[in-house]
Write a protein that binds this ligand. Structure first.
Ligand code: BG6
Ligand code: MG
Length: 222
């Protein structure tokens, strides 16, 4: 089947905000006296704000009133917003603009499927908002990654079938979401971590659309 769209995750795929989420979550965990390391971070990549905090308090084995929970969510987001304050187009990962230009030339639609409620702010700061044909709204889907909802919502918004889409993710939860949506999953990062991806590139700078397209075309539909 011909590729009709490529749907990208944001944090950790188009820019290095994954690192900022890590710093902000680590600060919250440490404040609660809970250790938070890269392994925890890997599990939280792609996971929404509420479920990330749930993971941290469950790890620490602590109980929490709704008030404190909501207060910590707001505190984490405030810290995150401070960290992304200075983001500008120079923070786009190498290879993103070239990749988008290749897709546009080939008449392939470009979508955004981020779990972040700050996604619009970040792509605005990066100056790439006009390049997307459809931007998913994390706040409006019933279930976040690893559920397929956000990827399916973007395919719908782009008016294409999920089976004709390629999804690009840096997170284990995101690759699961793409697979559940019956799209072709491309990982950005460590192939030993993103084991459920059909293809993995170390970074967006290594992303080769021809290679993806060839692999996609030779994969039997499921
Ligand atoms: C995902 C990130 O894209 O968005 C997670 O990978 C983050 O680390 C999640 O927690 C939610 O982001 P936000 O901006 O809504 O708190
Ligand atoms: Mg990500």
């Amino acid at each position: 089947m011909k590729t009709s769209a490529v749907i990208f995750d944001l944090d950790g795929v188009l820019t290095d905000t994954a690192e900022f989420h890590f710093i902000a979550w680590k600060a919250i965990a440490n404040k609660l006296g809970i250790e938070f390391n890269q392994e925890d971070n890997e599990k939280l990549k792609g996971v929404d704000r509420e479920n990330s905090l749930m993971y941290i308090i469950e790890k620490g084995g602590i109980a929490m009133e709704a008030n404190q929970f909501n207060h910590l969510l707001a505190e984490k987001n405030q810290h995150y917003l401070t960290l992304i304050n200075d983001i500008n187009p120079s923070h786009l990962f190498d290879g993103v603009l070239t990749c988008f230009a290749t897709l546009k030339k080939a008449n392939i639609k470009i979508g955004l499927a981020s779990a972040s409620k700050n996604a619009n702010l970040v792509i605005n700061k990066l100056g790439i908002e006009p390049l997307f044909d459809f931007i998913g709204d994390a706040a409006s889907v019933a279930h976040n990654k690893p559920a397929p909802d956000i990827f399916l919502a973007v395919a719908k918004g782009l008016q294409v079938t999920p089976q004709s889409c390629i999804g690009v993710e840096d997170a284990v939860a995101g690759i699961s979401a793409i697979n559940s949506a019956k799209m072709f999953a491309v990982g950005i990062g460590d192939a030993q971590v993103l084991t459920q991806a059909k293809l993995v590139f170390a970074s967006m700078g290594d992303f080769e659309f021809d290679t993806v397209q060839t692999a996609f075309l030779s994969t039997p539909a499921t």
